[in-house]
Structures are given as structure tokens and as C-alpha cells.
Design a protein. Structure first.
Length: 115
């Protein structure tokens, strides 16, 4: 957890900060547990994660929120899919327990991009 590789990727730009209501007014009606990379990084820096699984759950929540809010054909969902795959590879290299259930997530097709 010492290295936040996700921050180093161009794909992660949409995931740095929480969205503002003015950008996407319905986001917080749909997403009940919003989280972003800056919040995850802050929790890492403050040693708030007691076990690696807590860290992984927050990162996966971020991706889940992305896929719930954006249709799979949007640039946001595509970036989320690629960033999630990168995260899984890096987590496995570090010996973190990434569940295979997370690895096969597909964003819904019917939703429209709201960002």
C-alpha cells in the first residue's frame, strides 16, 4: 500500500477527486458510497487501513461506482476497466489478495454517460 500506482496513470484522472453536484447533479442520488483516489491516498497516509483487504475494498468500490454510474461504452467506464485491470496486476505483484470476482466486472450497457 506504500505505492499508489493508480495515481501515476493517465487513466486515473477521472478518479482523483469526488464529482461535484454541479458536474453531475444525480451522481449522489445513484452512488451511495462515493470514494475517490485522493480519499484512498489520504486514508493510506493516515494509516487508516488496518488490513490490505480494507484498502482493496475501497479501490474496488471506486470502480464499482464508476461502472454503476456510467454505461460500458463510455470513456469513463473504459478508463475504469483498464485502470481496474492495472490495479489487479499491481496488487497481485505486491501479494495483495485480489478476488477474481472483482476482475470480471462488466459495466451495464444501458446506462448513459452522465459526466
Amino acid at each position: 500500500m506504500k505505492k499508489m500506482f493508480l495515481f501515476c496513470m493517465k487513466l486515473s484522472l477521472n478518479f482523483f477527486d469526488l464529482l461535484y453536484n454541479i458536474q453531475v447533479p444525480d451522481y449522489y442520488d445513484i452512488i451511495k458510497k462515493p470514494i475517490a483516489l485522493n480519499i484512498i491516498r489520504e486514508k493510506v497516509n493516515k494509516c487508516e487501513y488496518k488490513v490490505a483487504l480494507e484498502f482493496i475494498e475501497d479501490v474496488e468500490l471506486m470502480f464499482s461506482n464508476c461502472f454503476e454510474y456510467n454505461a460500458r461504452n463510455t470513456s469513463e467506464a473504459k478508463a475504469g476497466t483498464r485502470l481496474q485491470a492495472f490495479f489487479h496486476v499491481q496488487a497481485q505483484k505486491l501479494g495483495l489478495p485480489v478476488s477474481s470476482g472483482y476482475m470480471n466486472h462488466v459495466a451495464p450497457a444501458a446506462k448513459k454517460s452522465r459526466i
